[in-house]
Each structure stands twice: as structure tokens, then as C-alpha cells.
Design a protein around this ligand. Sequence first.
Ligand code: 3EB
Length: 334
Amino acid sequence: MSRFSGSHLLELVYGAEPPTSTDVLGAVRYGLPACTEDGMPCAPLALLPDGGATWSVWHSPGPATVGQHGMVRYRHNDHLLLGCVDVAESDFGVTQGRPPLQDLAHAAYRDIFDTLAATGFSHLVRCWNYLPAINRDDDGLERYRQFNIGRHDAFIAAAQSWQAGSPAASALGTDAGQVMLYFLASHAASLAIENPRQISAYDYPPEYGPRSPSFSRACLLGLPGEDVLFISGTASIVGHATLHAGNVAEQTRETLRNITAVVEQANHKAGAVAFSCPALTYKVFIRYAEDMPTVAAILDDFTGNKAGTLYLRADICRADLLVEIEAFGSRERM
Ligand code: 3EB
């Protein structure tokens, strides 16, 4: 497990215990059953291979200020704001034929953008989106696609770019519970990174839904003295097509080629900064729990058996995707 060194403005540590240190911007609990006893946001996904819970802890020098704006609960220090939204779909009815999840996504992102305006952390850098039954067709449209419509509309309503400059993101399906989103925002704009092997998600053709997803392949954020890199949920997609349907090993290898290409692109854009794949912290989402050993063996090879990777059972936002991998890294600026 990686440890907080205390020498960075932002570090990600996965820990078995809820954080107690004061140098914590905030933490998110990953595990089942969903538990909000400690007041921390909870991502209701099963940990692989054995269940339990892990805290995804964002270390950053404090003190943190706590607040709420609409549906958004947040904590911020001088540099970053970590916010979360936890909302039941039953709070939204069908309005003028729009499914509840579409309105929920719109309202959640409206509150997120309002929070950014109210706090001065005006740049959305990284979003995590967890939705129950993401691949289910409701009212003739897959729920992930319903979510994309509401999110996309909220970006436009708030005059935020849903194309170049949109945040890094991931979107995963849970088995139960509420919709849970969380995000990081900053004062300064980050640099959006795309993957030359992939069509930008915001340019996906309409066969993937009436509104394209609103995210960048990665965001590179400059903080005083260091750069941090958020790599979006990445899957076995080349161009806009899913490759290796039904083959989890090949999907994992293709995903890692995509991550390598994104890291190369980030290094190219950032000039002196050098991120390397083995040095990143990974979170891995696997559709079928029994595929975990196959995925882990390939990832271990890729990172040099790095400890501290988090594996979770989740639905991926295309029915033919079996695995999705995201990453985070920080580097001192030379
Ligand atoms: C993809 O590349 C896979 O809708 O926020 C990855 C990361 C994916 C983020 C999102 C979706 C999202 O299209 C799916």
C-alpha cells in the first residue's frame, strides 16, 4: 500500500481504515454494504477479491473547510475542493416524458456547477459517477445514455465546455443504492489530454446515444511545485469501437495500451514533467468477479507488481466492456 509522504499537495492513498490525519482533504469509502456512518461518501461497489471496504483518501495539507450547496456536500482547502452528491432516483419523477435519471443527472451537475461558482473553485477537474443498473434499458433507452443526456444538458446550461476542456471522469454501474457522484475542482484550469488512439468521447457518433459523454481522457493539473494527472476510466475502445468483445485478457491489454498512450500524450503536453505508468495509482473495475485474477496478472506485469491497486466489481458503461481502469499520479515539477 502506498503511504502519504506529506511532501505533496495532493496524494491518493487507499487505506483499510477511515482516515484520522488532519492532512486529509476528504475520503470516499468503497465497499458493500453501503455505509455512511462516518459521514463519508460511499461508493457501493464490492471490493475484489474478498469484499470488505477501503477508503480512498485524498491527502492534502489542511485545514479543510466544510460546506454544502444544494445537493453537494464539499470540503476544500486553499488549493482543491472535493465534493459529493448522493441522491435517490425516487426523488425525481417522470417529467414531460424525461426519465428520472436524466433529470437527476441534470440537477446534480447543475448543483455541482453552482457550487463551483459559489466557492470560486471554478474548474471541474475530475468526476466519478456511480449509477445503479447502468446498462439497463428503461423506457427504451439505456440508463447510461439517459445519464449522458442530463449531464450534457447541464454542461450547456452552465456554459461549461462539454468538449475540449471537460473534466476527466469515470462512469460505472452499481448493483443497488443511490446515485453517487464525487468530484475534484480547482482554482486554476487543468490541461485536458486526449488519446490519439481514440475518438474523443465527446465526439462519439450517435450510435452510442443521443448525447455524447462529457469528459476528457485525462486532465493534467498544475499545483504549486507539482503536477497531478487524472486518467479517466479507460477501456478497450479504439477509434470509437469496442475491441475484443468477450475476451477480458485482450480487453485489459488494449486498455493498458490506451493508458500508455494517454500518459505519453500528457508527458508530451507538459514538457518537462515525466509521468510513468508503473508509478501511477490504479483503480480497476471488473464486470465479472471471476475475471479478477486474469486482469490482475496483466496489470501486475504492467506496473511491476505494484501493491496498492484497488479492484472493484462494477458494470461498465457499454454492455460489451468487461474491464475499465483509471489512474492518478503526482510529480514534483522539475
Ligand atoms: C469510454 O471510454 C468508456 O461517461 O463519464 C469512461 C470514462 C467511460 C468516463 C463517462 C465513460 C465515462 O467511453 C466509458
